[in-house]
Design a protein around this ligand. Sequence first.
Ligand code: DGP
Length: 122
Amino acid sequence: MPYTYDDQNIFAKILRGEIPNDTVLETEHSLAFRDIRPQAPVHVLVIPRGSYVCYDHFAQDASDAEILDYTRAIGRVCEMEGVADGGFRLIANAGEAGVQEVPHLHVHILAGRPLGRMLERG
Ligand code: DGP
């Protein structure tokens, strides 16, 4: 399906340096920063620098270098934040049913408390 990227979304503005962020990691193709409304003691967002709306868009259109960099960046943030021992969750919301608020691909890394079951009904 065609993806339409809105370059006025808040993460595009963060990438352009128009609004500040609490950076955790910067790589050639990715940026990780703390979520402004943390839902766990560790709540980091990892985004590609490229203009991708959601995960499937990225998986279809990103270069091998971008995909490698992004995947490794997520792994490095997990290591830096020490989430492996206690466990963690990765979430990539997409579209309406996924309740994606910001239309620029981001993975949430959540850890530091029991996170409950993956989904609740309703
Ligand atoms: P999602 O529903 O998956 O699109 O989650 C979007 C997340 O982005 C949400 O947890 C709050 C976070 N967020 C929204 N605006 C900002 C912002 O300006 N700065 C930061 N650091 N996070 C933001």
